[in-house]
Design a protein around this ligand. Structure first.
Ligand code: SF4
Ligand code: MG
Length: 317
């Protein structure tokens, strides 16, 4: 709720100018149990920062993060540590998040032993079980991360995250570095594990094709703000925000018929410098529908249709 994460910056020749980058600027959304909620947007829009702020890996500047009714921002350090095992993060590059000197077995046993959730013997049993669940073989247990392919390494980090039986898993570009065929294998695995372990996913991605097939609901971010949020079908079939329309029009279509009716909207210019965002609507410098009001007023985030939220003056007039 009203989540903000500002990073301080120093600039200017004398490094005297103080300011901040509003990486996440007052966004609110809910994630429902067992759903896949995706955050999409171009790089630098604040989606990863949002994921990290939820887990307090970046301490939020302001706002609340409610998890099963408990405000993660208010709880004591020790209860946060306790709650934290219910929330896991999986990154794009498993190579940097897996200790290269640990075998698969050690990598998986470690979180259980650190959180004192199992005896060494139990931890080993759970490790064997989890390795099989993510589609690896027990022969792999004594190998090191570098001995695996990218897809297999991602399976290891999924196993390591799930061995604590979390409720929420935040996946930050978790399949983005993989080849398309491996991507779909990992996505299928994620779906299967979601069902088996009743997981809730926050799926962070810039890839609208992947998001379409995985998500129940999608939020579209731009310059740290939420531009639109809706159920997947509503968002893809009936996008409201000019930014979402442009993003969707740029997806390469697999169906050639679709392509004919699809008008490609070319976005003007680049994403503005986040330390110096435009007045009014953050998207206005690139928006084909921009009008006078867009420079003067920040659009309100409103429920334009049932469960379909948008921040754009076109829907608030
Ligand atoms: Fe475009 Fe204005 Fe809507 Fe922003 S508020 S998306 S500039 S029409
Ligand atoms: Mg990112």
């Amino acid at each position: 709720k009203h989540l903000k994460k500002y990073f301080p910056i120093k600039g200017g020749i004398l490094k005297r100018t103080q300011g901040h980058v509003k990486a996440v600027d007052d966004i609110s959304f809910d994630v429902r149990e067992n759903e896949t909620f995706s955050l999409v947007g171009e790089s630098g829009c604040g989606k990863s920062t949002t994921g990290r702020a939820i887990l307090r890996l970046h301490e939020p500047t302001d706002g609340d993060v409610l998890f099963n009714g408990e405000n993660l921002i208010d709880v004591s350090k020790s209860s946060f540590r306790h709650l934290r095992k219910d929330m896991q993060l999986i990154f794009q590059d498993p190579y940097s998040s897996l200790n290269p000197r640990m075998t698969v077995k050690k990598l998986l046993m470690e979180p259980l032993l650190t959180h004192k959730l199992a005896t060494p013997k139990e931890a080993e049993e759970k490790t064997v079980e989890m390795v099989e669940k993510v589609g690896l073989s027990t022969e792999h247990l004594d190998r090191y991360p570098h001995e695996f392919s990218g897809g297999q390494r991602q399976r290891i980090s999924i196993a390591r995250a799930l061995i604590l039986r979390p409720k929420l898993v935040i996946l930050d570009e978790a399949v983005s570095a993989l080849d398309v065929s491996i991507q779909s294998q990992i996505l299928n695995l994620l779906k299967q594990l979601q069902e088996e372990f009743q997981l809730t996913y926050i799926f962070i991605s810039h890839d609208l094709n992947v998001v379409k097939h995985l998500s129940d609901r999608v939020g579209v971010m731009y310059l740290g703000q939420m531009m639109e949020l809706a159920e997947t079908e509503a968002l893809y079939d009936n996008p409201l925000h000019p930014y979402t329309k442009a993003l969707l029009s740029a997806i390469p279509s697999i169906n050639p018929k679709e392509k004919e009716n699809k008008e490609r909207i070319i976005l003007q210019g680049d994403v503005p410098d986040p330390s110096d965002p435009p007045s009014g609507c953050p998207f206005r410098l690139r928006c084909p529908m921009a009008h006078d009001r867009c420079a003067e007023e920040i659009p309100r985030y409103i429920e334009a249709e049932r469960d379909h939220w948008v921040a754009c003056h076109l829907y608030d007039e």
